[in-house]
Write a protein that binds this ligand. Structure first.
Ligand SMILES: [Zn+2]
Length: 433
């Protein structure tokens, strides 16, 4: 009896504390609202958030702000859905002093700082796989203090179909969100029996599959066997009419990951963006990597590496293919390969904005880029609760002080970031709660 009374008292106290920290209802008024669906923006809109979710959104004249709501006047501001990275990596640094869980959380907070409120992590490593799955399982709640992660666990490999199936089964039992595998287009690739078994076993377990490809041939081959997502650009040749037709007929989405290419060659000299205040926003995470990338020895190694010249060519090919596929009506989703283990200079948070700029420069309109980076990126992985600002979805959003439809670089004019209705810290907090 006493114990029960104590529990009730603790519950009452913690409820009071929670409501003191974040009011249950927040209303943004007078904002330009881009809802992520591709519809024209609402020029003077109201968006109401209750218990972490969007409960009303529309022109200010037609939305009633509930009594007692905290009002935020967003005159002159633009609200967009939190950006969704459909191909990132949330991996802990090997040998870091920070515990694995805390390392993953600090990365999710850097993504949050940049308005990238959801990351589909297509490949963790063995030492952070369990921690990533755990974080994914803990995030379906109001008032998150970090970005969301949906993880595939470690990429699947196997020399035989039986090995591939066993590895997919292991991951499915761990309740990963999707299955990732790689075909680099080289001699060390898995044989077709093994990789087609990955797709088949994943589907049997109700999981989508995403493939890393380089060549058109591998993209086409995996589509023929039922793969769900093409997670890199076709970089060896122009996409063909037959390939475009297959992508469209099977509704296969395409993730260009242009900044992955950029990260291969940009460090042959010191990039200007190292001095960009928007880059320096992420300095708590980025700073320790910069000295390594700016030594003359490192930059000379990048210049003399044959891959550098190959990838410089490949990025042009990737940009041309992106324009053709986007114009043809293939679903494009934003992804970057940021955070991929062991590869320095793939900046989680900053590079998603560079990616959006590169997609725009490749020929997509700012609205197409925003849709690719919000609703499309969520939908292709079946994330039904994020990616648009519609009633019932999580209130994951970015308030911008400039209009990204006028210039895609205005995605960087971040005023505030909200996840599940909670305003994120303006400086990253490294400690776990
Ligand atoms: Zn990747």
């Amino acid at each position: 009896m006493i114990r029960r009374a104590l529990c009730v008292a603790i519950l009452a106290a913690s409820t009071a504390l929670a409501s003191a920290q974040s009011p249950t209802t927040v209303a943004f008024t007078n904002a330009r609202i881009i809802d992520g669906t591709g519809r024209a923006p609402i020029e003077r809109g109201t968006l109401v958030v209750t218990n972490g979710r969007v409960t009303a959104v529309g022109p200010s004249a037609s939305v009633t702000v509930p009594a007692g709501a905290q009002r935020i006047d967003a005159t002159g501001k633009t609200i967009v859905p939190g950006f969704v990275n459909a191909h990132g990596h949330v991996e802990a640094q090997m040998g870091a002093a920070l515990p694995v869980r805390d390392d993953l959380i600090r990365r999710l907070r850097i993504y949050a700082l940049y308005g990238v409120t959801t990351v589909v992590s297509l490949g963790s490593s063995a030492h952070d796989e369990a921690a990533g799955i755990r974080l994914m399982q803990e995030q379906e709640r109001a008032g998150l203090d970090r970005s969301r992660v949906y993880t595939s666990g470690t990429p699947v490999e196997g020399e035989t179909a039986a090995q591939a199936r066993a590895e997919v089964a292991r991951l499915a039992d761990l309740e990963v969100y999707a299955i990732k595998f790689r075909l680099n287009g080289g001699a060390n690739d898995m044989n077709e029996a093994a990789w087609s078994a990955i797709i088949d076993e994943a589907h049997r377990r109700g999981l989508k599959t995403a493939v890393h490809i380089y060549n058109l041939k591998d993209a086409q081959g995996t589509i023929d066997k039922g793969v769900d997502v093409i997670a890199h650009s076709v970089r060896d040749q122009d996409v063909t009419p037959a390939f475009i037709a297959a992508m469209k007929q099977k509704s296969i989405p395409y993730i260009p990951t242009l900044t992955r290419e950029l990260s291969v060659f940009v460090y042959e000299t010191t990039p200007d963006f190292f001095r960009d205040p928007f880059f320096l926003r992420g300095n708590a995470l980025y700073g320790p990597q910069v000295p390594q990338l700016t030594t003359p020895e490192y930059q000379a190694r990048v210049r003399s590496n044959p891959t550098t010249a190959q990838i410089k060519k490949a990025v042009g090919q990737a940009e041309r293919n992106l324009k053709v596929l986007s114009d043809a009506g293939v679903t494009i989703a934003m992804g970057t390969d940021t955070g991929a283990g062991g590869n320095p200079g793939r900046w989680q948070g900053y590079f998603e904005h560079v990616e959006m700029e590169m997609m725009n420069k490749a020929g997509m309109t700012p609205m197409q880029v925003i849709v690719a980076s919000t609703s499309n990126a969520a939908r292709i992985f079946g994330l039904s609760q994020v990616g648009t600002l519609e009633t019932g979805k999580w209130a994951d959003l970015v308030v911008l002080s400039a209009n990204p439809l006028e210039n895609i670089r205005n995605t960087r004019a971040i005023d505030s970031v909200w996840i599940a209705g909670a305003r994120q810290a303006d400086v990253p907090v490294t400690q776990s709660r």
